[in-house]
Design a protein around this ligand. Structure first.
Ligand code: PMP
Length: 284
């Protein structure tokens, strides 16, 4: 495995950054998780654009152009000879003094790791998963905009711990007002009366790239979509439910908080979307 750090490649054992990097000290930085299918990088432009928007929002100037970053990602995939896998692209504030002041950091650290994908076991894509509602609420979007994909995931990790303690793989997070936001690392959709509904980002959801891909697919299948406000009641009484994310792709949810969703099996619309998504990533 060859890891890219600031324009150079290192073997895994030699890939090191400073303990004074504010990415480590304070989670000060932004990142993307990206998929490689058949040797090609899926939705690369969209991921790079989101990375730069996250960076702009936290006043982090990435010292490489968008095009240069795209080339760096493609270069890292090539050098690792990866046909199918996962890319972790990170930009931290860089090395600085102790203390949160980012002005002490002179140069951001850019890291690209090309690795294997840690997907859920295959059986869950057919049979679906059970999830819970976490008691940890999502950080309000007026405190930290959920569209910023930052290195600071403790809010999500707290909810993930709750999921694991309840023997589940994922947990849905509510905002302070009790509206559904997203899961710890995935967006959430429900199907109600043949319409696809997902929480709007202002409720506290990341603008997921898989979410957008699913919405585009639904539009071309003439399935109505809406970004809206949802409560737990809406999920409990939905016909179908599924999660989307770069790692998870589309994973059906058949149970939440002990309530069975629909008939307890992966729904027809979810199955169509999973099939469509599989075809899409083979062809793009
Ligand atoms: N929400 C959160 C909190 C995430 O971390 C992710 C990505 N893992 C998603 C949603 C899904 O976004 P995307 O489809 O762009 O991977």
């Amino acid at each position: 495995m060859k890891i890219y750090i600031n324009g150079e490649y290192y073997d895994k054992a030699d890939a090191q950054i400073s303990v004074f990097d504010h990415g480590l000290l304070y989670g000060d930085g932004v990142f993307e998780g990206i998929r490689i299918y058949n040797g090609r990088v899926f939705k690369l432009k969209e991921h790079i654009e989101r990375l730069y928007q996250s960076a702009k929002a936290i006043l982090l100037e990435i010292p490489v152009s968008n095009g240069g970053m795209e080339e760096a990602v493609i270069g890292a995939v090539k050098i690792n000879k990866k046909e199918n896998g996962y890319i972790r692209l990170m930009v931290t504030r860089g090395e600085g003094l102790l203390g949160i002041d980012p002005t002490t950091c002179r140069r951001p650290t850019i890291i690209i790791i090309v690795s294997d994908i840690q997907a859920y076991p295959e059986k869950y894509y057919k049979n679906g998963i059970g999830i819970i509602t976490a008691s940890s609420r999502r950080i309000p979007s007026d405190c930290l905009d959920p569209r910023i994909k930052s290195l600071n995931y403790l809010n999500n990790i707290m909810a993930k711990i709750e999921a694991r303690q309840a023997n589940c793989l994922e947990a849905v997070m509510l905002n302070k007002e009790g509206f559904v936001t997203e899961c710890t690392g995935d967006n959430i959709f429900i199907v109600k009366n043949d319409e696809l509904l997902t929480p709007a980002s202002y409720q506290g959801a990341l603008d997921g790239i898989t979410m957008s891909t699913v919405i585009d697919m639904a539009n071309s299948l003439k399935i109505k979509t809406l970004k809206t406000s949802l409560t737990r009641y809406d999920i409990y009484n939905s016909d179908e439910c599924f999660l989307t994310g770069t790692g998870a792709e589309i994973i059906p949810v058949i149970k939440i908080d002990g309530r069975v969703i629909g008939n307890g099996r992966t729904g027809a619309i979810t199955r169509r979307l999973i099939k469509g998504f599989k075809e899409l990533v083979m062809e793009f």
